[in-house]
Design a protein around this ligand. Sequence first.
Ligand code: ADP
Ligand code: MG
Length: 253
Amino acid sequence: MGEAIQLRKVTKKFSGITILDGIDLDIPAGSVTVILGPSGSGKSTLLRCINHLEKLDGGTIRIGGELVGYKQVGNALYELNSKQIAAQRSRTGMVFQQFNLFPHRTVLQNIIDAPVRVKKQSRQQATAKARALLQQVGLATREDDWPQQLSGGQQQRVAIARALAMDPEVMLFDEPTSALDPELVGEVLQVIKKLAHSGITMVIVTHEVGFAREVADNIIFMEEGKIVESGPGKTVLDETQNIRFRHFLSTVL
Ligand code: ADP
Ligand code: MG
């Protein structure tokens, strides 16, 4: 399998402060990568750079070999226009901590919105796909509900279905269970687990180390904008010699 996502010397600053400090990372197609790290270490920023919600201050990101957010002319990089960025971004699904569903639209409307508007699918086609996805996330009977009628776990499963409706090559999850009551975490992790190794390349920021151990092909530990440890899931968790990673693991286990 080739590299689905490739980062080279990725640097990001906010107000002159370096938030991502020369990140190099190769994520194989179809694999599951879990990113661990303390709050403020740059995990969300890294995900946001991968789908170009943030511009880079240095380095490059490629998905499937294609530069993300920029085109290269000679030795210079120029940012794509907003239409090109939107087209590129539609190939990457993102699931946030706060589900971000449209509150004034039903579950079904939430899921078919982007396929109809962005991908120009017929309503009929988009609806058929949405129903199959709702089945997949265990919410087949809820298509006419409003988001606020659902639990947090159910809303997050709708958000996952909505992202999948665009047939993304890559799915980015930013702490998908952190806003949930503890008893609702399992149902969302279960849905994500079923997606793992189904062909989609997945990058998951989470503090759920047990989950990471089960699904991650590779685990990355970030600190202060750098990847300070990485390796195959179980191995790196059991064998890391990095003292701060060990300390981090002891605080979240
Ligand atoms: P994490 O997800 O690991 O908690 P973030 O990527 O959200 O970390 O943030 C990393 C650092 O970047 C933090 O110090 C945060 O305050 C800062 N930061 C994130 N987004 C912005 C922004 N839009 N403007 C200024 N600083 C930001
Ligand atoms: Mg974050």
